[in-house]
Design a binder for this molecule. Structure first.
Ligand code: GDP
Ligand code: ZN
Length: 379
């Protein structure tokens, strides 16, 4: 059944914000959501701004729900981010029951969230300094999920406007348009809030760049719902695997996440180029001579060139080749072949004898790769 069908049949629809034990916290869709989105803005985050005087329901109702036995029987799991049909609401007691889960648009593995639409990648322009290689790695990881990427560069108060435009030019040549923000000086937070409207976003980035500060700024303490759990948002020493979606006052939901390490890239050598906008752009216009070109020394390669991140590409390619060689060996432990050679052209895997550690043996689906962004740091 489509969402429209359900709405016209008068069923209650909502979004699962959190899962705890056998209970699901479901935020029902509010009827005045449209007005709310249009009227609110980051500069007026007063709790009163979301309360329309004519509305009997100042805040979209939250219900603590169980899962219908029928869903359990058919093994239908309910995830954070799921769109669900709620039955038998007990308004006074704030309870209900989930009778149906609508088909998921996407599914992340870790954190386990359904229907994520985009990744908000946060880096700092200084303190810690912007490290191009690290940024590249996070960007590639984000690209590998196929989700939209919004790049916010925080602590812009620490550099001059000239420096900002240099960084901007540079990242534009990478294929990204960064939003310069300062949480401390409240610069461009409105723009970030606007870009997060209506959809589900997960936030990613290395530690120390201001992710917690940004979340706290985007979700004002004045918000009653968030006020209750502001301790969790502040996070502090104790990271937790508990996933929860937080409501942004201007619309949209944001997943708070634990700290991040350097994400592992889990893509095949053949896939890698497609994660670079610069390479995609070149390949959209022309083709390499060999269809399985790895864009290294091959003749008539259209990707190889003097674009800034080409060296990043080569470095990540080595990493991807090494990983694939190891996977091949694991898949065929009897094999004494150390490197796989491909038949056509000059493409050949040349594993380097670097002692890098790869935690996982198996390939994962594209979306699951994002989980690597969420490795918890030992604080
Ligand atoms: P997280 O590890 O990414 O969650 O980063 P935090 O939110 O804990 O912030 C790390 C440090 O950066 C804190 O000392 C913040 O006060 C500081 N910080 C956050 N935003 C800004 C900003 O816009 N400008 C400056 N100068 N410092 C900031
Ligand atoms: Zn090529």
């Amino acid at each position: 059944m489509s969402r429209e069908d359900l709405e016209t049949t008068g069923q209650l629809l909502g979004t699962v914000l959190a899962v705890q034990a056998n209970f699901y916290r479901v935020q029902l869709d509010s009827e005045d959501k449209g007005d709310k989105l249009e009227n609110s803005s980051f500069s007026t985050p007063s709790p009163l701004s979301t309360v329309s005087s004519h509305s009997p329901n100042p805040h979209p109702p939250l219900l603590l729900c169980t899962r219908r036995t029928r869903l359990k029987k058919i093994g239908q799991q309910v995830m954070v981010g799921d769109r669900v049909v709620v039955e038998e609401p007990d308004w006074a007691g704030g309870r209900g029951a989930i009778s149906e889960v609508l088909p998921r648009g996407s599914e992340l593995d870790r954190p386990a969230i359904a229907n994520v639409d985009r990744i908000l990648l946060v880096f700092a322009v200084a303190d810690p300094p912007l490290e191009p290689y690290q940024l590249s790695r996070f960007l590639l990881k984000a690209e590998s999920t196929g989700l939209d990427v919004v790049l916010g560069l925080n602590k812009s108060d620490l550099i001059s406007t000239e420096e900002q435009s240099e960084i901007c030019d540079r990242l534009m040549s990478w294929g990204y348009k960064p939003i310069f923000i300062s949480v401390n000086k409240s610069i461009n937070l409105n723009q970030i809030a606007t870009s997060l409207k209506e959809k589900i976003t997960v936030i990613a980035g290395p530690s120390g760049v201001g992710k917690s500060s940004l979340i706290n700024a985007l979700i004002p303490n004045a918000n009653l719902r968030v006020g209750e759990i502001s301790g969790k948002l502040a996070r502090g020493r104790h990271t937790t695997r508990h996933v929860e979606l937080f409501e942004l006052p201007g619309g949209g939901l944001l997943a708070d996440t634990p700290g991040f390490n350097q994400p592992d890239l889990d893509v095949s050598p053949e896939e890698l180029a497609s994660l670079f906008p610069e390479a995609r752009q070149r390949l959209a216009v022309e083709s390499c001579r060999f269809s399985d070109c790895l864009h290294r020394e091959e003749p008539e390669c259209v990707v190889r060139g003097d674009w800034e991140r080409y060296q990043h590409y080569l470095d990540f390619l080595e990493e991807a080749i090494l990983r694939q060689t190891q996977l091949n060996q694991q898949a065929d432990p009897e094999s004494t072949v150390k490197a796989k050679t491909k038949g056509k052209g000059q493409t050949k895997y040349e594993p380097k004898l670097e002692s890098k550690k790869y935690r996982r043996a198996s390939r994962r689906t594209q979306l699951q790769e994002l989980q690597q962004l969420y490795q918890e740091t030992d604080e």
